[in-house]
Design a protein. Structure first.
Length: 357
């Protein structure tokens, strides 16, 4: 009777199966047109927690505005956050700038080439270091993210939780041991398989280039893997948000420099759910002379650990007091970076200002 293959036997077959498939099937993505480290780095940071289709436009706009690592090192924060507006996890953008400054100041504007050196840069963890080192500098270093862990769990039919540091380390070591000569193509092929074929909910096993060796498929477990540790439930917080409109300008203020959405612009808001009467009273206390409650909108916004249940009151006001910034539609569109939690309400207001607004 034939012995079952070991996990390492399975990993060893991946390059031979994946590379020809990748050459035939790789999607044409703007960041794949060259192996310039600045391009790969920006795209990898943008792609964390964000879908390819959502990133495409952001990536093109970002590189038009900041075509080099030197330009990124010098960008003013307001412009950087505006370019990032809507992508979320804004510390990623700030770390990009910090790392660019280090690259310019300490590396003469050239990227360090090894994963170990890349890991010293702000915001670059093992995944991004592996991606840049393998794709740009052809080094045999795995880039292990959720996509790659899912593929590993399925191919080896691994019943252990995969979202643990130990699992990540083990998969990284196993893959690093089988890297072929074209390291960059192997990293990208794994990413591509996870994004287009071995997807979280509906793996396309019949189209998969590694179906012949996949133990998860053979055992009918593909959709049940990977096993994940139990997640803590999200904390739910209610917030009342004010869209205060004074003659076609709305009130914005800046969040504190630390914590959730640190330093970003926001609509004024308070903890808890206020009734319409209490919201009008709060708007009066802010010195805005509220005239009329125009609309009440309820929407949630989900962060990694918190879910905001938001009630937004759109209130017409007669006064525009400091310390708020009062922005018209053009300023909201072109100047102020608003996170999606607030942008969702502002978009309704912008739509009503018309094309000239
Ligand atoms: Fe994923 Fe199915 Fe391919 Fe296995 S055969 S790697 S489960 S798509």
């Amino acid at each position: 009777m034939a012995c079952a293959p070991t996990s390492q036997d399975l990993y060893a077959q991946l390059p031979g199966l994946l590379l020809p498939w990748y050459r035939e099937n790789a999607r044409d993505l703007p960041w794949r047109r060259d192996r310039e480290p600045y391009h790969v780095w920006v795209s990898e940071i943008m792609l964390q927690q964000t879908r390819v289709e959502a990133v495409r436009g952001y990536y093109i706009r970002f590189l038009e505005a900041l075509p080099t690592v030197q330009a990124l090192a010098q960008v003013v924060e307001e412009q950087l956050l505006k370019l990032w507006e809507g992508l979320g996890y804004y510390s990623r953008a700030r770390n990009l700038k910090k790392a660019a400054q280090v690259i310019v100041a300490q590396w003469g504007g050239r990227f360090p080439q090894t994963a170990k050196e890349l890991l010293t840069l702000p915001g670059i963890g093992p995944y991004t270091a592996g991606a840049i080192a393998s794709i740009c500098f052809n080094q045999p270093v795995a880039a292990v993210d959720g996509n790659v862990l899912r593929i590993a769990a399925r191919i080896t039919a691994d019943p252990q939780p995969m979202d643990t540091p130990q699992a990540k380390k083990a998969v990284s070591a196993a893959l690093t041991a089988v890297y072929p000569a074209d390291c960059g193509a192997f990293t990208q092929a794994l990413m591509e398989l996870g994004a287009t074929v071995c997807t979280p909910r509906s793996p396309q096993c019949a189209l998969c280039p590694v179906q012949a060796i996949c133990q998860g498929r053979a055992q009918g477990l593909a959709e049940k893997l990977p096993v994940l540790s139990e997640k803590r439930a999200k904390r739910i917080e209610e917030r009342t948000v004010f869209l205060l409109d004074c003659g076609g300008r709305i009130a914005l203020d800046k969040r504190a420099g630390k914590g959730l959405l640190a330093g970003l612009w926001q609509l004024p808001n308070v903890a808890g759910h206020l009734t319409p009467q209490a919201a009008l009273q709060t708007a009066a206390d802010l010195g805005t002379h509220p005239q009329q409650l125009l609309r009440e909108v309820h929407r949630p916004h989900i962060f990694t650990h918190i879910r905001w249940e938001m009630t937004c009151y759109w209130i017409q006001c007669a006064a525009a007091p400091a310390p708020f910034a009062w922005a018209d539609a053009q300023m909201v569109k072109g100047q102020y970076a608003l996170p999606t939690a607030f942008r969702q309400f502002v978009s309704d207001w912008l739509a009503e200002q018309g094309p000239e607004g």
